[in-house]
Design a protein around this ligand. Structure first.
Ligand code: NI
Length: 227
């Protein structure tokens, strides 16, 4: 499932994040790429252990924690701490690749299985050309370029790339979610059911059938969730 979640960050959070990371130390993105990705990767990343990265991770984690759509779609069990990348000038693209299945958190060595990949856009699309996130899917190859503060979620199993940035700078935060529900198909079903239930409640209130359907949602989650 590919999902666009608008306005994950408030305008004020976005300003704080931008001011902090703009002042940070950026390094060659190849230093954090695996053997397959290193060939394709040509961007810059904010030093993972820098004070700027830590401060900004806290802002983004807080924003995710209050976002019901993110919770419903990703059913997060563990989160890889948000990272930051920058594309522009000579470091302007990331060719086709698949994200590693198991990510190791720097410093703690904690393992996070990547089930859901997330990209949170941090630059105004009017400020740069190119830089679309292209996700190869059996339904087609959507080209994604979102407003600053918006986020896209997609299955980590997808081949994807970032197109060359030909003007300005593309800034984004990216991270992975290990989900309580490993299967993309099951997560999608639960998400759609949850959204339909929300609508049912808005339209008809807490009816007997809404209660029963909520029960079915939770019983499916109980069957599939690994906490
Ligand atoms: Ni990737």
């Amino acid at each position: 499932m590919l999902l666009h979640i608008p306005q994950v960050l408030t305008p004020e959070e976005l300003r704080t994040v931008r001011a902090t990371i703009d002042a940070g130390t950026w390094i060659d993105g190849k230093r954090t790429a695996g053997t397959q990705a290193v060939q394709a990767k040509n961007n810059e990343q904010l030093s993972q252990t820098s004070e700027e990265a830590r401060a900004t991770q806290a802002v983004i984690t807080r924003a995710l924690n209050r976002n019901a759509t993110f919770f419903s779609a990703a059913l997060p069990k563990r989160l890889y701490p948000p990272q930051f990348n920058r594309y522009g000038g000579d470091s302007n693209h990331y060719g086709n690749h698949v994200d590693g299945a198991v990510m190791y958190v720097k410093g703690t060595g904690e393992r996070v299985r990547s089930d859901v990949s997330c990209t949170l856009f941090l630059a105004d699309p009017a400020d740069y050309d190119g830089g679309e996130l292209v996700i190869e899917d059996t339904y087609g190859n959507p080209r994604i370029k979102l407003a600053a503060g918006d986020m896209v979620l997609y299955p980590s199993t997808s081949v994807h790339r970032v197109e060359p940035v030909t003007r300005g700078q593309r800034l984004a935060s990216f991270f992975w979610v290990e989900s309580m529900v490993r299967s993309d198909e099951q997560r999608r079903l639960l998400y759609e059911m949850d959204m339909a239930l929300l609508q049912l409640r808005n339209e008809h209130g807490e009816t007997d059938s809404a209660v029963r359907l909520s029960g079915t949602y939770h019983n499916l989650l109980r069957m599939w969730a690994d906490t």
